[in-house]
Write a protein that binds this ligand. Structure first.
Ligand code: KIV
Length: 286
């Protein structure tokens, strides 16, 4: 029997994506040209393939899969085996796509030090990732440097770092006061100096993330609930499709509403980020 992909798509997992393979060099070219970087999460082959077809620049296998795929209440229980399984699926979906594939190192997989970080980054790269993402401030900078020197491109993640939700006492905006903002700016500089290619800024005031972005010409900020002044944007796929069992955060927009289908919703998202209509700081930022 034909799979749903075979029935519905004339060019499964391929088609009209971005023209050139998205690499760290290409990301720098985009930044220099003032083009926004479009990132979206995906966890399986079909949705990843549709994101590639829609021209999404970077597909993130986020450990948010713990919440949206596994029904957990945080990302903390997600394991390396989970990440490898979903990365392999997404890599198959993106086989013919120029999109960059990056995967999260989950909680506990890099906290033991450099050897831990390297061993688990290798597992993700062997599963098909071209970049790994890890969360946290200054303490992760030596790990980032260690991985980058050994050929692993890294995306850092500051602001609301969901793996430390328990230490942060919940999902709340970070960097609101002067001390918090100064700390975030310092950590961002340290991670950029360590060689991070990308830096996710999650739930950070728009003015702060714009300041961090301007200060880091070779480390490209990707915002989620961080305003329009970042070098790119990311959303959790389920959120932007309106597929949520609870309340969606203020920074999310439902791109499926009014679209002809999932691929069209991904295209609408990519278009809105590139033309600067999403996020609208009056609606989606702090
Ligand atoms: O796990 C994830 O999906 C993420 C994004 C929210 C950036 O880290």
């Amino acid at each position: 029997m034909a799979s749903s992909t075979q029935r519905n798509s004339p060019a499964p997992y391929g088609g009209a994506g971005p023209a050139r393979k998205v690499t760290p060099r290409r990301l720098q070219e985009m930044r220099d040209a003032g083009e926004k970087i479009v990132m979206l999460t995906a966890y399986d082959a079909v949705f990843a393939g549709l994101a590639g077809q829609a021209g999404v620049d970077a597909v993130l296998v986020g450990d948010s899969l713990g919440m949206v795929c596994q029904g957990r209440d945080s990302t903390v229980p997600v394991t390396m085996d989970d990440m490898v399984y979903h990365t392999q699926s997404v890599a198959r979906g993106l086989a013919d796509s120029p999109s960059l594939l990056l995967s999260d190192l989950p909680f506990g997989s890099y906290h033991g030090g450099q050897d831990d970080a390297m061993r688990n980054a290798v597992r993700l790269m062997q599963a098909g990732a071209q970049m790994v993402k890890l969360e946290g401030g200054g303490w992760t900078a030596p790990l980032v440097r260690f991985l980058v020197e050994r050929g692993v491109p890294v995306c850092a993640h500051l602001g609301l770092t969901p793996q430390t939700v328990h230490a942060l006492s919940g999902y709340r905006v970070q960097g609101r006061d002067d001390d918090g903002a100064a700390r975030l700016e310092r950590h961002a500089r340290e991670l950029a100096d360590a060689g991070a290619t990308l830096l996710v800024l999650e739930m950070v005031p728009a003015a702060l993330s714009a300041r961090i972005t301007a200060a880091l010409p070779a480390c490209h900020t990707i915002g989620i609930g961080a305003g329009a002044g970042t070098a790119g944007q990311v959303l959790v796929m389920h959120d932007m499709l309106g597929a949520s069992l609870g309340k969606t955060p203020r920074f999310v927009k439902n791109f499926l509403a009014g679209s002809g289908g999932v691929r069209e919703a991904f295209e609408a998202y990519a278009r809105a980020v590139r033309e600067g209509s999403f996020p609208d700081d009056a609606l989606h930022a702090w």
